[in-house]
Design a protein. Sequence first.
Length: 491
Amino acid sequence: MSGTFVGMPAFPEAARAAVGDATLRANLRHATRTIRDKRARAVAELDDWAHLREAGKRIKDHTLRHLDHYLLRLEEAVTAAGGTVHWAADAAEANRIVTRLVVATGEREVVKVKSMATQEIGLNEALEAAGVRAYETDLAELIVQLGRDRPSHILVPAIHRNRGEIRDIFRAEMGRWGRPAPDGLSDAPAELAEAARLHLREKFLRAKVAVSGANFMVAETGTLVVVESEGNGRMCLTLPETLISVVGIEKVVPTWRDLEVFLQTLPRSSTAERMNPYTSTWTGTTDSDGPRAFHLVLLDNGRTDALADEVGRQALRCIRCSACLNVCPVYERAGGHAYGSVYPGPIGAILSPQLRGTASEVDASLPYASSLCGACYEVCPVAIDIPEVLVHLRERVVEGGEVTRRGVRVRLRPAKGHAAERAAMRAARWVFRHPGALRAGQRLASRTRAAHPRTLPGPGRAWSATRDLPPVPAEPFRDWWRRTHGEGSGT
């Protein structure tokens, strides 16, 4: 992944600063609780939600197992329909391809559909370095761009901003990017939306090149799909003469029929709608409608490395609905910026360390950015067991071991700062493998319970500073069982 967030502190440090921001916490609390309550009602309308969830999981798992086949089939279908397919191994290659395509048109402006893949690779910055200005057209992304900010949510990138802050950003910044905000602009949602609409309209009508991502790619027909709520995507996908789509290779699905599942689960899980207001599909080019040139950039950037991990690969099922963020108690309090990645929240905590590796302090800390409460797994529409992957990645950070990097198996060294944790886990493993030692330890702990401290010493102080140590019972369970059920009961 790109270095967009290079320089961010590790999650604990960033989160500590975030939870001290009362305005941020209020914005997040209001927004996430509103979204998750609406989602719960929308999902409850479907009697077969559990079956749809399982179907989505199976479609994704099947596709990932045969990803090479479906990507080649997709390339054939896109090419046959008049499009051009480009393969990008990493962010740098993807940026070079897109920049070259834009510069070749002679244009110096592009309009963009909301795209996490282009944020992942830092495309806007790469285009700016080449003298090309990229305009975000999604309302929330526009707020982030005008405010020289970073996205903090998968679905609602400006969730950390309230209406007053958005009004101030529009008043101060719109004029520098194009049409200024109307005089006397208030923080009423209708006025803010109208100001954005007027500001963007001139860009839609002027732009000759657009850049998009895609929610899905259909291998059967070479069709790309974008779902959105505002109509800005439809404008970008139809008005410009050249369309460039940057899409992660995991977004492919085998057939049109597979879309039936995801077009039910995605809108309900993300925007709590029965269906998206705008579902745009395009297949190559035609002479009489839409862009005259279509380019598809298939982005790897660590995805095949993640695919090689039998536990971690389930993160590639993600359809970017953001349901896991909206139920996560850690995200609600810390916000998205603390994750140091364009993918915040629980899914970011398992996806970013796989795409970027765990060498940096930020990425090594992300698997610990969770209480392991399991709420994220319960709401995931493709049943990604995020707690399982978090524990798996924690083991990787602490113990090191073999992983795949750029297609090559390498051995990671254990991360620094986890020596005490490794020693404790190895000691626990030995004790649990020796029942006699376990019984002796339990009895000793029970008999000395009156002398136990209320907080842990040394590195354990970070754990007990925010938690009460559980009291040790007066006697071990096995002793209690034998006393109350007799020696022959067996335990």
